[in-house]
Ligand binder design. Structure first.
Ligand code: DHB
Ligand code: FE
Length: 290
């Protein structure tokens, strides 16, 4: 059976791609950001996942404001990246695992969620750059052995699903993954956040205290996070801070006992409070005893 070994979370910002393309990882501005991934890379080198299920929000490559699915599941055999306008090299495609995507789609629809299922999907900076930082920058994933299932969540345009709904969607996805018959080690990844706002009078808004509250509750005690309303999340974390919904969905997929392995937090990268967190999932004691 497939097994979820843990969850990773990381911010995504397009300028990370620029920094990688220019080799700025040791530059004083970038070093604290890239160094924040080292514990995650060490953990990944040890646990060696076969599949990454990646929760993120599309930034206009697949969906625009005229058509915006609440939840979208990628079910392709390969996911190409595309030029996002920075003039930097386009990331290599990532292989998919369509049978697992379809299994997840079937199970979550049976659990009364209604995603769009995308047999073609492009992946943008929100997928490629966290994957680059977790795997490629450490020389992990040579030859791309890790396959991905990208899952899009509308964190962009109201009405957005609540944190509670995202958490429950994550739970349904966790159960779906754990019922997949193939022996696969799966890591779930949530990207985006933490606090940031890119437009309007509050552009540049960051909230260190609220970000800490979010990270403190990710491992053992996520339920208070599900009680934060979308409007409160915007107020506290900024409009683009809604991307924390991707973290919450990832956390929902962890059904066992969850332990924090590491975290990093650095303000700012571009306009964003950047954060990395590693959560390991161990089987529940009760299940282990059965
Ligand atoms: C920035 C942050 C994002 O989440 C994003 O998608 C684009 C840009 C930024 O901080 O510049
Ligand atoms: Fe974003």
């Amino acid at each position: 059976m497939a097994r979820i070994i843990g969850g990773l979370a990381a911010s995504h910002v397009p300028s990370i791609g620029n920094a990688i393309a220019k080799g700025l990882q040791k530059d004083p501005y970038w070093r604290p950001f890239f160094d924040g991934f080292i514990p995650a890379q060490n953990w990944l080198a040890e646990v060696k996942p076969d599949v990454a299920v990646v929760f993120s929000n599309d930034h206009g490559l697949n969906f625009f404001l005229d058509k915006m699915p609440t939840f979208a599941i990628g079910a392709a055999t390969v996911y190409a990246s595309a030029d996002e306008g920075w003039g930097i090299p386009v990331n290599d495609p990532w292989p998919g695992i369509a049978p697992l995507s379809w299994h997840i789609a079937n199970e979550v629809v049976a659990a009364e969620f209604d995603p769009v299922i995308c047999q073609e999907m492009l992946i943008d900076h929100a997928v490629c750059l966290p994957l680059a930082c977790f795997f490629e920058q450490a020389g992990l994933n040579k030859g791309r052995p890790v396959k991905i299932v990208p899952i899009g969540i509308n964190t962009v345009q109201l009405p957005v699903p609540s944190l509670k709904r995202c958490f429950e969607f994550g739970r349904a996805i966790g159960r779906a993954i754990e019922s997949y018959p193939e022996d696969l080690k799966v890591v779930v990844i949530g990207t985006g956040g933490l606090s940031h706002q890119l437009e309007g009078e509050r552009a540049g808004h960051l909230n260190k205290e609220f970000d800490k509250f979010c990270m403190d509750h990710m491992a053992g005690d996520p339920l208070p996070l599900t009680k934060v309303s979308s409007m409160e999340l915007i107020e506290k974390a900024g409009t683009a801070g809604l991307e924390f919904m991707n973290w919450m969905t990832m956390r929902g997929a962890l059904l066992g006992d969850v332990h924090e392995i590491s975290r990093a937090y650095h303000i700012p990268i571009s306009n964003t409070a950047s954060a990395v967190q590693v959560l390991e999932q161990r089987p529940r004691m009760a299940q282990a005893a059965e």
